[in-house]
Design a protein around this ligand. Structure first.
Ligand code: PEP
Length: 249
């Protein structure tokens, strides 16, 4: 059975003391849940968060990594470096990485391979822009993002892949896909996995929704049959909101 997951992407927010504070609040208030809960602090705070959450079911994950093992890549971080501070899961392909840092499907395919080669789990983000949806190209765009960055993988690799559908027009905008739009796309993604691989991969891969999920809309989105949880940006920065979203699942 596929896992339910609620993950918080803190992006470039929270210095060390704010990280300690937020982590402590989450640990204290974490509700009973069968969902996996993950948080993605900035690189500089990963180790502190990992140490603080050692006894907690909350997993500390990274927001990005480089595909090379090491070398002359000033400012970059490798899979081994993440693993050395306790990180086992990495977000790849976030729309902000694609838009502001030029990450293409080809680069992402290399990053996916590098993370999986080090036995990490990949949370792979993808989603269409507003123009794609307006021109009714959203299914085509999503399918090509999956094909170009993921579909070279063997089916067995999908045990270590979590998908996060994040329509770009809904990220940080306050605009959310309707539960019906989310379900329609998640169903399409599952069917695409079944076509490319098989029903087992399709049925066992968690597909998260991301894009302005809040305590007020989380329950309706999470209740869609093909939505297995959420990747949360803004609302993950406030402990009470993130906790309410976890409660909603
Ligand atoms: C995100 O950045 O992954 C995200 C979903 O952000 P927000 O919840 O703020 O839209």
């Amino acid at each position: 059975m596929r896992k339910k997951i609620v993950a918080g992407n803190w992006k470039m927010n929270n210095d060390l003391s704010a990280t300690e504070e937020l982590v402590a609040k989450l640990q204290k208030k974490l509700p009973e849940t069968d969902a996996e809960v993950m948080v993605a602090p900035a690189y500089t705070n990963l180790f502190t968060a990992f140490e603080a959450l050692r006894q907690s079911p909350i997993e500390v994950i990274a927001q990005n990594m480089h595909f090379a093992e090491n070398g002359a890549y000033t400012g970059e971080i490798s899979a081994e470096m993440l693993k050395s501070v306790g990180v086992q899961t990495v977000i790849l392909g976030h729309s902000e990485r694609r838009a502001y840092f030029g990450e293409t499907d080809d680069i992402l395919a290399k990053k996916v391979d590098a993370a999986l080669a080090k036995d990490m789990t990949v949370m792979f983000c993808f989603g269409e822009e507003l123009n794609d949806r307006k021109s009714d190209n959203h299914f085509k765009v999503v399918e090509s993002q999956l094909k170009n960055a993921l579909f070279h993988l063997e089916s067995s690799a999908f045990k270590h892949v979590i998908l996060a559908y994040e329509p770009v027009w809904a990220i940080g905008t306050g605009e959310t896909a309707t539960p019906e739009q989310a379900q329609e796309m998640h169903k399409f993604i599952r069917e695409t996995l079944a076509k490319q691989y098989n029903d087992t991969v399709a049925e066992s891969t968690s597909i998260l929704y991301g894009g302005s999920v809040k305590p007020t809309n989380a329950k309706e989105i999470f209740s869609q049959p093909d939505v297995d949880g959420g990747l949360i940006g803004g609302a993950a920065l406030k402990a009470s909101d993130f906790i309410a979203i976890i409660e909603a699942i």
